[in-house]
Ligand binder design. Structure first.
Ligand SMILES: Cc1ncc(COP(=O)(O)O)c(C=O)c1O
Length: 426
């Protein structure tokens, strides 16, 4: 292998021929692989089955968890999530199995009613807007798209979103009502915001009095190394600037216990807690407290959560390593044709191929039996302006499937690159 960027047309043509033959071999295998699904594998969920050993559903204060009541959640569940997120139990609202649903609900509240400090509901604002660090989580973007809220791309860096750009935009434009953030082990790059980025989020001045930070801590305990990375707690940091009402923090046990049957949580200021409870109260009498209690009994406290996550890590690390090792062996010698992230936690690796190649790589993979998340999916409206990003999810398939999928992906990346380079030579 040699540097593709230094190859003559003839050399590229010879390389293309070899790659087509390797690609055809993969096609002949009739593979059925999938690296699109950011979900835990069955072995990870098996680890939490003891949760169902709970038979006593009386909470610490004597509440019968089987009945209606405790809209904000059982105290011990609020305490557990408070420990995990670094806030007081009183600032935690425990929801159903999905944090995404809590996010949808709060955008819907902003849109329909506004918040106490809103001049008017967001629906009455001419072109309300959200900032979207990119690449990001497609389902965040689908929520704002559904409400017709315009989305503005903000480039991501290993320290977090481009804060110069964020600060400038929010200071100037009162129609910008919020931002989507995944501060720890971001989806999909696996970046963790720096302390300075968190401080700037807490301190920044916004033209909109009702600007909200949707701070999605989906991967707050999903460490893949011995380094237990912890970032400053945005809700607490914001208090120093009197900005705590702008913060909505979220997390869930979807990737700790069960994605379909876990527990979610929202953390917010005392003021916001009162306000959102008034809104929740009309929609629901109380969430599933039996599941809350099962989770508390099983996970116990933050130390219990971290101990449980260590078991996940044992299964996940070899899968992440397989992807990165294959990329290094098969792509690095070809020159600067791709780069990828090296996450210290979370569920994804980002692969950046040459601009104009991502869709083609995904198509080649698909035709050979490997499904990837659609190219562009990590951008608002599904549009990657560079057509260069691919999100790799190594968690669900078995290790041998991940190895095979990574090999195929490197062949497709190289083939798409050679095709592009040859086209550019004409
Ligand atoms: C960043 C992020 N937030 C939220 C979710 C979904 O969370 P939940 O299952 O709690 O709705 C995911 C799932 O992939 C995610 O990656």
């Amino acid at each position: 292998m040699a540097n593709y960027l230094e190859m003559s047309t003839e050399e590229l043509q010879a390389e293309e021929k070899q790659l087509r033959s390797a690609y055809q071999n993969f096609k002949n295998m009739g593979l059925k692989l999938n690296m699109a699904r950011g979900k835990p594998g069955p072995h990870q969920m098996d680890l939490a089955m003891d949760l169902f050993k709970t038979t006593d559903y009386t909470s610490e204060d004597g509440t019968d968890a089987r009945n209606y009541g405790n809209l904000e959640g059982l105290y011990e569940a609020r305490r557990l999530f408070g420990e995990v997120m670094g806030v007081k139990p009183e600032n935690v609202f425990v929801g159903g199995n999905s944090s995404l649903q809590l996010m949808y609900f709060l955008v819907s509240v902003g849109y329909t009613f506004g918040f106490p400090e809103s001049p008017c509901p967001w629906s009455q604002v001419d072109h309300p807007k959200f900032l979207c660090p990119v690449p990001g989580y497609d389902r965040h973007f689908r929520i704002t798209e559904e409400f017709g809220i315009d989305m503005i791309n903000i480039p991501m860096t290993p320290e977090g979103p481009d804060m110069d750009m964020v600060e400038k935009l929010v200071a100037e434009d009162p129609t910008i009502k919020g931002i989507w953030c995944v501060p720890q082990y971001s989806n999909p790059d696996g970046y963790t915001y720096s302390d300075e980025t968190v401080r700037r989020f807490a301190a920044m001045k916004t033209a909109a009095p009702d600007f909200k930070i949707f701070w999605d801590e989906a991967y707050i305990v999903h460490h893949l190394t011995d380094e237990i990375i912890e970032t400053p707690v945005l809700l607490e940091e914001s208090k120093a600037y009197g900005h705590e009402d702008r913060v909505f923090m979220f997390t869930s046990t979807s990737k700790i216990t069960f994605p379909g049957a876990g527990v979610s949580a929202l953390a917010c200021s005392d003021n916001m807690m009162k306000y959102v409870c008034k809104r929740f109260e009309v929609m629901i009498i109380s969430y599933d407290k039996m599941n809350q209690l099962r989770h508390v009994r099983f996970l116990k406290n933050k130390a219990g959560v971290l101990a449980h996550m260590l078991k996940h890590r044992r299964r996940l690390v070899p899968c992440f390593d397989a992807v990165k090792t294959t990329f290094a062996q098969k792509l690095t010698p070809c020159g600067d044709i791709a780069h990828w992230t090296n996450p210290k936690g979370g569920y994804f690796i980002s692969l950046y191929v040459m601009p104009g190649c991502a869709k083609r790589v995904a198509q080649l993979c698909k035709e050979a039996g490997l499904v990837l998340t659609g190219a562009g999916a990590a951008f608002p409206y599904g549009k990657d302006p560079e057509d260069s990003h691919l999100r790799i999810a190594p968690t669900y398939p078995s290790l041998s499937e991940v190895e095979q999928a990574s090999e195929l992906l490197t062949v497709c990346t190289r083939l798409a690159t050679v095709e592009l380079l040859l086209k550019n030579k004409v």
